[in-house]
Design a protein. Sequence first.
Length: 79
Amino acid sequence: MARKPVEPCLGEGLVVRRVILRARDVVFFKGVIEASEGLAAVFAEHGGDLSVATPVGREHELDAVLADLCAELQGVRPA
């Protein structure tokens, strides 16, 4: 039976950002995000296609971290 990705169950009060990385960088990326004191949760769509969710009050902090990580890992943040 083939595995099929499902959309993350995200509710009101959360902001979602999308990031595309090389698959080999996903573990490092998730480690940095998860070590950031509850900054965000990372959901993998497939390979390096990620959704990152944070509470509305921390969206600017997340954007700054994502900018740094994308620059370091050559990631892309689609519009």
